[in-house]
Design a protein around this ligand. Sequence first.
Ligand SMILES: [Zn+2]
Length: 82
Amino acid sequence: MVTTASRAIRRGAAQQQRIITAHGAWRRVVFAAECDPLGNCPVCGVDYAECPCPGPTMEEEFEYREMNGVLWARARPAGKQA
Ligand SMILES: [Zn+2]
């Protein structure tokens, strides 16, 4: 049996998901120094030059935010590039 309260919680989660999608999810910034000896990204395991993770110097594509000493980035909303 589904209660009204749990339905409201689920609806809230769906709204939050839409907001994240609209602005791009926060992703941890990967620095070249973090790569393994072969030059692969520690997050996705792909060659750092080809991996999709945000780097520390991509201000045109990403906005940055530091949380708990870790740098995060998210894609800027489409159409708002300076
Ligand atoms: Zn990566």
